[in-house]
Design a binder for this molecule. Structure first.
Ligand code: GLA
Length: 399
C-alpha cells in the first residue's frame, strides 16, 4: 500500500471512531472535524526555549477533534468535551466569565486554549467536542501539543475567526504553560500547526522564521518508543529551563542564542560546572541544526550519524536528560547501522523515544536489534514505528 493511501485509511478509521464517540456522548452527529499531528524532533532539543534552532517533523499520527454546536437546552454557554482515549472522561466549562482551571491535565489544555483564544479577541461559541487520536501518549511525540493546536483551530474556526497557524501554536503553547504547568518552548506547537507533507520543519525560535526542508527520498524516519513514560511536569524539564535562564543571566544575555563557543569560554568566570554544561549543550546543539537540515535534504547518512551522535552525547552528558535504557537503545542501534544513518534520543527526555534517520534498508536491521538485543533484557519492551512526514493542523472535509 502506498504511503498516502495508508495515511488516508488510517485517518478514515480514526474519524469513524471519533464520530461514533461523539454520537455516544451527545446523541447527535458532529458537524465538523479537525486534525492536528504529533511531531518527532529530528535535532535541536532543549534549544527552543533558549531562542535557538530546531528541526522537528510532523508525523502521520494525529489528534482528531469532532465538533458540534451546543445543546440548545443548555442554559449557560459552555464547552463540553469528551476525551475518548482517556476512558471517555468528560468535562464542561462555562465560557461566560473567567475560564477556570480543572484538576486534570488534559482538561486544562482545552480550558487554557479557550482562555487564550478569548484574550486574543476570539468570541468563543458554545460547543460540544469529542477528541481521539493515535499519537502515542507520553512517548515524546507531542500528543499534548496536537491537542492544544487542534482545539485552538476547532474553537477559533467555529467562532468564525480561524487563526493563522503560528497564532494557533502560540495559543496552544501559552495554554500548556499557564494552565498545564509545563514551561515548554514553541517547537512542538509550531511543528503541529505549520508543517508541510514530506518535509521537516526548520524553525528559528527567536524570530519564528521557518522553512520546510524536503526530506531525501532515500531516508526513513524510524521511531523507537521505549515505553518509559514520564510526564514533563514531573521531570527536570522546568528545572532545566531555569538553569538555562541562570546561564543567560551570567553572560548578561536575554537568551542563550547569541552565545558562541568562544564567548562561552571567555565569559565562564565563576559559573558552576552544571550551569556551564547546560549552556554548552544549547550552544553546540543549535550549531548542529542547519548542517543536519543539509544532510537531510541530500540524504547524507554519514553526516547524520555524526551529528545525531554528538547531539545524543550532549543531551546525555551536558544536559543530563537521557536515561540508561534510552542510552542503551541509541548505542545498540548506532552500532548496528553504522554510517547508514543517525540515531539519538528525541524530545524532552527522561524516557520517551529514540529517532533514527536512515536508509530504508535499515528498518529491518533496527527492528531486529530492538527485538533481539534490547527487548530480552529490558524491563519494558520498546516498539518500532516508521513515520511519514505529515502536514500541519487542518479542518477535514471527510465529515
Ligand atoms: C518538549 C517541549 C518542547 C521542547 C522539547 C525539548 O517537547 O514541549 O518545547 O523544549 O521538550 O526539545
Amino acid at each position: 500500500m502506498s504511503g498516502s493511501l495508508a495515511v488516508s485509511l488510517r485517518r478514515q478509521q480514526l474519524i469513524a471512531r471519533v464520530r461514533e464517540g461523539f454520537r455516544m456522548a451527545y446523541g447527535v452527529d458532529p458537524t465538523r472535524f479537525y486534525a492536528a499531528p504529533g511531531r518527532v524532533n529530528l535535532i535541536g532539543d532543549h534549544t527552543d526555549y533558549n531562542a535557538g534552532l530546531v528541526l522537528p517533523c510532523a508525523i502521520d499520527r494525529e489528534t482528531i477533534i469532532a465538533v458540534g454546536p451546543a445543546d440548545e437546552s443548555d442554559k449557560t454557554p459552555r464547552i463540553h468535551t469528551v476525551a475518548l482515549d482517556m476512558g471517555s472522561v468528560r468535562d464542561a466549562f462555562s465560557i461566560e466569565g473567567e475560564i477556570e482551571r480543572a484538576g486534570n491535565n488534559w482538561q486544562n489544555h482545552i480550558r487554557g486554549v479557550a482562555h487564550f483564544l478569548r484574550s486574543r479577541g476570539v468570541a468563543l461559541r458554545p460547543a460540544r467536542l469529542a477528541i481521539g487520536g493515535d499519537i502515542p501518549m507520553g512517548a515524546g511525540l507531542s500528543s499534548s501539543a496536537a491537542l492544544g493546536v487542534g482545539t485552538a483551530l476547532a474553537l477559533s474556526d467555529l467562532a468564525g475567526q480561524p487563526l493563522d497557524p503560528p497564532d494557533l501554536a502560540s495559543v496552544a503553547q501559552k495554554a500548556e504553560s499557564a494552565f498545564a504547568g509545563v514551561a515548554c518552548g514553541i517547537m512542538d506547537q509550531m511543528a503541529s500547526a505549520c508543517s508541510m507533507v514530506g518535509h521537516a520543519f526548520l524553525l528559528d525560535c527567536r524570530s519564528l522564521e521557518h522553512m520546510p526542508i524536503p526530506i531525501s527520498d532515500q531516508l526513513s524516519i524510524i521511531v523507537i518508543d521505549s515505553g518509559i513514560r514520564r510526564q514533563l511536569e514531573e521531570t527536570g524539564y522546568n528545572e532545566r529551563r531555569e538553569e538555562c535562564e541562570k546561564a543567560a543571566e551570567h553572560y548578561g544575555l536575554a537568551s542563550l542564542r547569541p552565545l558562541t563557543p568562544a564567548l562561552l569560554e571567555e565569559g565562564r568566570g565563576d559559573l558552576s560546572d552544571v550551569i556551564y554544561r547546560r549552556a554548552r549543550h544549547v550552544v553546540s546543539e543549535t550549531a548542529r541544526v542547519e548542517p543536519t537540515a543539509v544532510a537531510l535534504v541530500k540524504g547524507q547518512t554519514a553526516e547524520l550519524a555524526q551529528l545525531m551522535r554528538a547531539s545524543h552525547h550532549s543531551l546525555r552528558d551536558d544536559f543530563e536528560v537521557s536515561i540508561d535504557p534510552i542510552d542503551r537503545l541509541v548505542s545498540l542501534i548506532g552500532t548496528a547501522i553504522g554510517d547508514n544513518g543517525g540515531v539519538r534520543m528525541t524530545g524532552g527526555g527522561f524516557g520517551g523515544s529514540v529517532v533514527v534517520l536512515a536508509k530504508h534498508e535499515m528498518i529491518d536491521i533496527v527492528t531486529q536489534v530492538v527485538e533481539t538485543r534490547y527487548n530480552p533484557d529490558a524491563e519494558i519492551p520498546a516498539s518500532v514505528q516508521v513515520y511519514e512526514a505529515h502536514a500541519g493542523a487542518a479542518q477535514l472535509t471527510a465529515g
